[in-house]
Design a binder for this molecule. Structure first.
Ligand code: 13P
Length: 287
């Protein structure tokens, strides 16, 4: 069931758990995430970066595929189709394409410009029944071409952007996209506390979910995080399972080269990772 992400995240905040955003890259990824969400009776958010959208030949193709697959698989759990780290133009394109939710990432703009564009997009998407995520501070590292320095968000700026009526907020708290580097200092929980207090209980988003220790995930949820984004980890397990299949020479046995066979171990690996995360985040059984 395709829905926006506002309601599921309000429920998650009230219930002290988090909904996972899993980024999708192709049909296999989408199918693996949807099947796992349905199996675990968990709400889920499918994240689409601009790079992934382009790879799949456009946001309209993505939206049509997700809608059709949601139907053909008979998915009953709430599924949001969400733009990840969108520019203003990407946000507009996803609104036209039929996404149910967008992230407008104006964190690299000056704050007044971020506010002005977030305000306009918030008004537009709310008229259409969609939800919107905004960003303050920045997420370190690189997410599909979007590079951030990792500044910790200023609670006052968080408060101002939340007052525009956005549905959930990504605030930098020392989190980084991709694999965490050696010597990473961990999440800044004092900053998270201050942001949570300044923003009156709005769902907070933790980007860079790959490689954050379980204890930190739990603590972040306790402090108001109710959406956690995971991308790299699914890519790593997919690649490792595919490598194993080929290194074991399975592609050369019988019709092992059939793409449906070749991509199966990777798809199963994504399912296992998504399942583990849904259980850790506490969203399993909450649909
Ligand atoms: P990771 O790739 O580190 O899991 O982060 C995903 C993310 O935050 C997408 O916006």
């Amino acid at each position: 069931m395709l829905v926006n992400a506002a309601e599921m995240l309000k429920k998650a905040t009230a219930g002290h758990y988090a909904v996972g955003q899993f980024n999708i890259n192709n049909l296999e990824w989408t199918k693996a995430v949807l099947l796992t969400a349905e199996e675990l009776k968990s709400p889920v958010i499918l994240g689409v970066s601009s790079g992934a959208g382009k790879y799949m030949t456009g946001f309209t193709v993505v939206a049509e595929m997700v809608k059709a697959m949601d139907k053909s698989l008979g998915v009953t759990v709430p599924v949001a189709l969400h733009l990840d780290h969108g520019t203003y133009d990407a946000a507009k394109a996803c609104i036209d394409a039929g996404f149910t939710s967008i992230m407008f990432d104006g964190s690299h703009l000056d704050f007044d410009d971020n506010i002005a564009k977030t305000k306009e997009l918030t008004e537009t998407v709310h008229k259409l029944g969609m939800s919107i995520e905004a960003e303050v501070g920045s997420i370190g590292g690189e997410e599909d071409g979007v590079v951030g320095a990792g500044e910790v968000a200023d609670p006052e700026e968080c408060k101002k952007i939340v007052e525009l009526g956005i549905d959930f907020l990504a605030a930098g708290i020392g989190n980084i996209h991709g694999v965490y580097p050696e010597g990473w200092k961990g999440l800044d929980f004092d900053a998270l506390k201050r942001i949570h207090e300044a923003t009156g209980g709005i769902p907070l988003v933790l980007h860079g979910g790959t490689g954050i220790p379980d204890g930190m995930i739990k603590k972040a949820i306790d402090l108001g995080v109710s959406k956690i984004n995971v991308n790299t980890e699914c890519q790593i397990v997919f690649a490792a399972a595919t490598r194993k299949y080929i290194e074991e020479g399975k592609d050369k046995q019988g019709k092992g080269f059939d793409p449906r066979k070749l991509l199966a171990p990777g798809s199963e690996a994504i399912k296992a990772t998504v399942k583990e995360k849904m259980e850790l985040f506490g969203s399993a059984g909450k649909a």
